[in-house]
Design a protein around this ligand. Structure first.
Ligand code: HMG
Ligand code: MG
Length: 303
């Protein structure tokens, strides 16, 4: 079987659920992760070992990990902000983790109570310990196309932070448009600027859809050479420390677009739409995925 040509990093169970105001039952989170992994997704970000007071929705990270039935070939990364988070993640059986910082000082302070430089220093022991434990580390840079507090973010700042994460040992660096303000040309230009310092194969893009630009931004970045795209089933998401940021781009819409472009993801779109419909009903909300809603409506009218 040929390898999928775009790898999707499904972030719904973490980036999606972390913004839900009502606590989602642990068993629902576990079922969501298992169902997503059954659709052909190879990476499903499962939870976050952050401080439970900062993000109460992720307080059950250990229980979520304990309830998973890992599928061969599927990776279940978890967010860790520091060494304490990594130790909790390792104790829970995590085999891949993700560290996160930002290109904007103001946002990073609100999100992690640290300057960018201090957060990078926090990651050094995390990387060292992860290597010792044989655990892969992904890195996130937030606010790459704009910050809710600072406004514009210089491209050079994004390049600097992404390069630092890669040089530190992150196998992949995800560029996050946390508040969804990017537009296609800016997004592609940013990607190309970062790719002058970090190999394109080690980059991912992560778009939120606040201004309806996420799919267009992804297309521009795929055309510029990126091969890893973060997205969230049913368009769940937001960031508790970025007011006004709406959901992540919906995985169903990304898969539909990539299918149409002849780019393989290995994901069964019909099965994914079912998962999106199910979790939206569980959360008592309307899915933000247009492709998913269209598919489910078609299946309903056919049946
Ligand atoms: P802090 O208060 O500065 O931590 O928080 P501290 O080191 O000063 O420690 C204070 C207390 O926290 C201590 O407990 C520590 O033990 C405890 P005490 O002695 O007071 O009882 N503590 C922890 N407990 C559990 N797990 C831990 C942990 N670390 C310390 N890991 C910290 C600093 C980073 C922990 C906090 O700010 C935090 O957890 N922030 C997380 C915020 C977050 O999760 N935001 C959302 C994810 S990022 C995102 O969504 C963006 C992304 O999607 C990409 C994009 O869209 O751009 C990735
Ligand atoms: Mg995000």
């Amino acid at each position: 079987m040929s390898q999928p040509s775009i790898r999707i990093v499904e972030v719904g169970p973490r980036d999606g659920l972390q913004n839900e105001q009502t606590l989602v039952p642990t068993r629902t989170k576990i079922e969501l992760i298992d169902r997503l992994a059954a659709t052909g997704l190879r990476t499903v970000e499962a939870t976050a070992f952050v401080h439970p007071k900062w993000v109460p929705q992720m307080a059950d990270a250990t229980e979520v990990m304990a309830g998973l039935d890992p599928r061969p070939g599927v990776s279940y990364p978890v967010l860790v902000p520091n060494l304490q988070g990594l130790e909790r993640a390792l104790a829970a059986g995590a085999r891949e983790v993700a560290v996160f910082t930002a290109a904007s000082e103001a946002f990073n302070l609100k999100n992690t109570n640290a300057s960018i430089a201090d957060s990078l220093e926090r990651f050094r022991p995390v990387l060292a310990r992860a290597v010792e434990a044989g655990v892969a580390v992904r890195g996130y840079v937030s606010t790459v196309l704009g910050c809710p507090y600072q406004g514009d973010v210089p491209v050079a700042d994004v390049v600097g932070v992404a390069t630092a994460l890669h040089e530190m040992g992150c196998y992949e660096v995800s560029l996050g448009d946390t508040i969804g303000v990017g537009t296609p040309r800016k997004a592609a230009a940013l990607l190309v600027a970062v790719a002058s310092q970090v190999p394109m194969a080690a980059l991912a893009v992560h778009f939120h859809d606040t201004w309806g630009q996420a799919l267009a931004n992804i297309l521009a970045c795929v055309e510029a050479g990126v091969r890893v795209v973060d997205s969230s089933v049913a368009g769940l998401g937001g960031c508790p420390y970025a007011r006004g940021a709406t959901g992540n781009v919906a995985t169903e819409d990304v898969v539909y677009m990539l299918d149409g472009l002849g780019l393989e993801t290995g994901v069964d779109l019909e099965a994914l739409a079912q998962v999106g419909g199910w979790i939206s009903a569980e959360l008592d909300r309307t899915s933000q995925s247009r492709a998913g809603r269209a598919l489910l409506a078609r299946a309903g009218s056919a049946g």
